[in-house]
Design a binder for this molecule. Structure first.
Ligand code: PMP
Length: 347
């Protein structure tokens, strides 16, 4: 079949599952689903297409209407691509604490980015998006509550995983959560079609909202009524906002069998760097965090277990963050010595 697409949107999804070799203990088979292969480099391209096409079908989004969303970046970048292709203006609200690359990418794709103060955390940017939507009659994507987010994962991510493991038992599926769209959408399909698969939910050690078990207070529409008391700022961008999103809450309530694993920030960063340098897999901090959770699971997994972890986005989104802190633009001493070791092109 010719690999020609009518437009960029049909290249979303169908991301590869790749075996992790050097970083995995020998007694298990560890695999990663690399969502960086989506056109804008993250898992959120799926949500963006799912939410917009669902709203088009239901008529809640009118031709040419402005779309607005609160996002830590990847959703905004995915929405910016989808809105650019389909011709909807896009406004994004985002806390100033997320990486500069994210803002620039969205603006490059034609979106407007309204920053919110970092101390007001994730719920601040959500509140701002709601206000702007109400005042201007814009379509609010509501990624944290929108069922179209989880449905997209049930319809694409989950069948891709089942197809990849056809004829092989998938023992563990490991994911973090930002909205919980991936978690809710995939885990309900696995429960039905691959009931032997254990679902592992990872969250940052500094924001172990699920592990701590304190209920999230919500408004009638499912949005958070207040910040969760177990939250503190953590370096895993895209994971765990300062509240338990409705989609995550639904997923946790629907199945008693999920295991919660916490990951320390430095470990997440180390795993992301190891993926790049030992496996040639260039992904972000939440990907490193998910791998770290998978490695914890692997420790107690029986011989020959198959483990799949989700790697949500590309490492290129983190050039200005602690992930790249140890990477200097200038030549190191070793590089200078290499330069001096032959006659040409010296400074
Ligand atoms: N990692 C990153 C980098 C993300 O941007 C997101 C989405 N916010 C996630 C993980 C989690 O995905 P989901 O929203 O489906 O839970």
């Amino acid at each position: 079949m010719a690999n020609i697409h009518d437009n960029i949107l049909s290249t979303i999804g169908n991301t590869p599952v790749v075996k992790i070799n050097k970083l995995a203990p020998e007694h298990v088979n560890l695999y990663a689903k690399i969502e960086a292969f989506n056109p804008m480099g993250s898992v959120k391209d799926r949500l963006a297409l799912g939410v917009i096409e669902d709203a088009e079908k239901s008529g809640t989004l009118k031709p040419g209407q402005t779309v607005i969303e609160a996002t830590s970046g990847n959703t905004g970048i995915g929405l910016a691509m989808v809105c650019a292709q389909k011709g909807y203006p896009l406004v994004v609200t985002m806390a100033e604490s997320f990486s500069i690359e994210r803002r620039k990418l969205m603006r490059f794709l034609g979106a407007k980015v309204v920053l919110t103060p970092a101390p007001l955390k994730g719920s601040g940017m959500v509140q701002k998006a709601k206000e702007l939507a109400e005042q201007n009659g814009w379509f609010l994507a509501r990624q944290f509550e929108n069922e179209a987010n989880a449905n997209m994962h049930s319809n694409t991510t989950a069948p891709e995983i089942l197809a990849a493991f056809e004829g092989k038992q998938l023992d563990y599926w490991v994911t973090g959560y930002g909205t919980g769209g991936t978690l809710k959408g995939v885990s309900r399909v696995l429960r039905e079609k691959s009931p032997q698969t254990k679902v592992i939910v990872a969250e940052p050690e500094l924001a172990s909202l699920l592990r701590d078990g304190i209920e999230q207070k919500r408004n009638d529409d499912g949005s958070p009524a207040e910040s969760h008391p177990s939250f503190s700022p953590h370096p895993v961008q895209g994971w765990t906002p300062d509240f338990i999103p409705k989609l995550t809450g639904d997923a946790m309530a629907s199945d008693e069998d999920k295991t919660i694993v916490t990951v320390a920030g430095p470990k997440a960063i180390e795993c992301s760097q190891n993926l790049a340098q030992q496996e040639g897999i260039f992904v972000g901090i939440s990907a490193g965090a998910t791998l770290a959770a998978a490695l914890q699971v692997a420790k107690s997994a029986v011989q020959g277990s198959n483990i799949l972890c989700m790697l949500p986005d590309t490492g290129e989104r983190y050039l200005s963050t602690p992930l790249f802190e140890h990477i200097q633009p200038d030549m190191s001493e070793e590089e200078q010595q290499l330069s001096a070791s032959t006659p040409s092109c010296q400074f």
